[in-house]
Ligand binder design. Structure first.
Ligand SMILES: NC(=O)C1=CN([C@@H]2O[C@H](COP(=O)(O)OP(=O)(O)OC[C@H]3O[C@@H](n4cnc5c(N)ncnc54)[C@H](OP(=O)(O)O)[C@@H]3O)[C@@H](O)[C@H]2O)C=CC1
Ligand SMILES: O=C(O)C1=N[C@H](C(=O)O)C[C@H](O)C1
Length: 251
């Protein structure tokens, strides 16, 4: 058998990090060499000889982790959310000085969620109205979800390319937040409810008809095939890749 890929996990004590630790340990072609959580020194990643680090930390620290990993020449697979155009641009610029290093940032590693985004972008030009609803467990610290942001931007790009107008909305008077957040002209609504894990609905409306595209992650194991695919492929994709769709031939 060829050499196993040496993997570090950041945020290893968290919900996603601990699931990732178990998935890496169970994969015959991967070797878990470091598991770090808050307070641990990132230097342990290089000391352990990690080739790839998976970041499932929190939005407030993930960017600084990625820059440190890039400096150390360690490929990064990033699931933590909190990214925007400015932080992505900083990583892209940094990588320009470190040829050969790959960073994959994916707002959602569940295959069904990636397909939901792709289907929604494909359908978006054919409907007058489109809105996104994301539903999550109440321990989530960011809203709207990274997935919903990615979905809204993909929908907006597709509608702009097709010359479709913004969704109609006659609202003149509303309480703050009643119509959700407006992301790239797409309304995005966030629900936080005990019992939920991670769910998204894209609602597309035309006169007399509605298409609903819905994905449910009932368990965090749903993200693991995508995470492991990222770990296996990131070294062969130098530079910044945003979204798992690029590894699935869906872009
Ligand atoms: N891309 C995807 O498919 C998915 C992405 N996510 C995203 O992943 C992130 C983590 O989610 P989740 O696991 O639920 O959150 P958790 O809060 O359960 O886990 C985050 C962990 O990171 C730790 N942490 C905080 N700061 C650091 C640091 N500097 N270095 C190392 N570890 C640190 C936290 O420690 P402490 O609690 O002590 O602060 C905690 O143990 C979120 O942004 C979430 O949106 C979630 C699911 C799927
Ligand atoms: O915090 C979560 O749980 C999730 N976060 C990601 C996001 O913000 O999109 C992915 C998934 O929705 C679960």
């Amino acid at each position: 058998m060829s050499e196993r890929i040496r993997v570090a996990v950041l945020g290893a004590a968290g919900r996603m990090g601990s699931t990732t630790v178990r998935a890496v340990e169970a994969a015959p072609d991967l070797e878990l060499v470091a598991a770090l959580d808050a307070g641990d020194d990132l230097a342990r990643v290089t000391a352990a000889g990690a080739q790839v680090a998976v970041d499932f930390t929190v939005p407030s620290v993930t960017e600084q982790n990625v820059h440190a990993l890039v400096d150390a020449g360690v490929h990064a697979v990033v699931g933590a959310t909190g990214w925007d155009d400015a932080s992505l641009a900083r990583v892209r610029d940094h990588l320009a000085d470190r040829p050969g290093v790959g960073v994959l940032i994916a707002p959602n590693f569940a295959l069904g969620a990636v397909l939901t985004m792709a289907f929604a972008a494909r359908a978006a030009r054919w409907f007058e109205s489109v809105e996104v609803v994301e539903l999550h467990h109440p321990d989530k610290v960011d809203a709207p979800s990274g997935t919903a942001l990615h979905t809204a931007h993909a929908i907006a790009r597709a509608r702009r390319a097709a010359g479709v107008a913004a969704s109609p909305d006659a609202t003149e008077q509303s309480l703050d937040g009643a119509r959700g957040a407006v992301v790239d002209d797409v309304h995005v609504h966030a629900v936080r409810l005990r019992g939920l894990t991670a769910h998204e609905e894209v609602l597309l409306g035309n006169p007399g008809e509605q298409l609903t595209i819905r994905h449910d992650s009932f368990d965090r194991v749903s993200f693991m095939p995508g995470v492991l695919l990222g770990v296996r492929q990131v070294a062969s994709r130098p530079g910044l890749t945003v979204g798992l769709e690029h590894l699935l031939d869906l872009d």
